[in-house]
Design a protein around this ligand. Structure first.
Ligand code: GAR
Length: 206
């Protein structure tokens, strides 16, 4: 699919299960996405996504914050060092797919207009961790009747920035948290691939 120039170089950042990383791997293997994952980064050693990456021979980097803080260095120094390591892979796009660390300008300024994030809620809703649980609780209280997901360009403010794609996700009164989570994740796996395809298309301006 496409010539070599149109194949985007991706770095995918994860902190956990990596089901969205898997969706990207599958879309590439199925010829749905003209991209190559050059690197998978995790800030958590036990992230299952690291195993997913190794299974298909994608280079991985485990890069934790804690040693920086314990040696008296700042989050900005961690972010700058991470940027340095990632820059060596020359990514066209950095995809935050369940990456649970807020990147500062020390990282973002190295990759202008190249970092996108998946958030399991609609724009402006439930920023930060546990967004699906908080949406489920808000539904139980009668405050919302649906939730959603978004992919956006990353700015230093958490889970905010210019929106690339969104999708609504219904919540039903029979839902458990687990059934809602499952529906959200299924929607994410489609939207993330669609968003990467959208920003990779040279005919579309950002
Ligand atoms: C996804 O639901 C993603 O939207 C969320 O983490 C999950 C990772 O799942 N991200 C955030 O909450 C960012 N604020 P995965 O590891 O199975 O892809």
């Amino acid at each position: 699919m496409g010539d070599e120039d149109s194949v985007k170089r991706l770095a995918v950042f994860i902190s956990g299960n990596g089901s969205n990383l898997q969706a990207i791997i599958d879309a590439i293997q199925d010829g749905q996405l003209a991209a190559r994952i050059e690197l998978v980064v995790s800030n958590r050693r036990e992230a299952y996504g690291l195993i997913r990456a190794k299974e298909v021979n994608i280079p991985t980097l485990y890069f934790p914050l804690r040693p920086y803080l314990e040696s008296g260095q700042s989050r900005e120094q961690y972010d700058a060092a991470l940027a340095e390591r990632v820059a060596a892979y020359q990514p066209d796009l950095i995809v935050l797919a369940g990456w649970m660390h807020v990147l500062s300008a020390a990282f973002l300024d190295r990759f202008p207009q190249r970092v996108l994030n998946l958030h399991p809620a609609l724009p402006g809703c439930f920023p930060g961790a546990h967004a699906i649980e908080r949406a489920y609780a808000a539904f139980q209280r009668g405050e919302i009747d649906h939730t959603g997901i978004m992919v956006h360009w990353v700015v230093p403010e958490i889970d905010a920035g210019p929106v690339i794609a969104t999708a609504e996700v219904p919540i039903y009164s029979a839902d458990s948290l687990a059934t809602l989570e499952s529906r959200v994740h299924t929607a994410e796996h489609h939207l993330l691939v669609e968003a990467i395809r959208k920003v990779s298309d040279p005919r579309l301006t950002r």
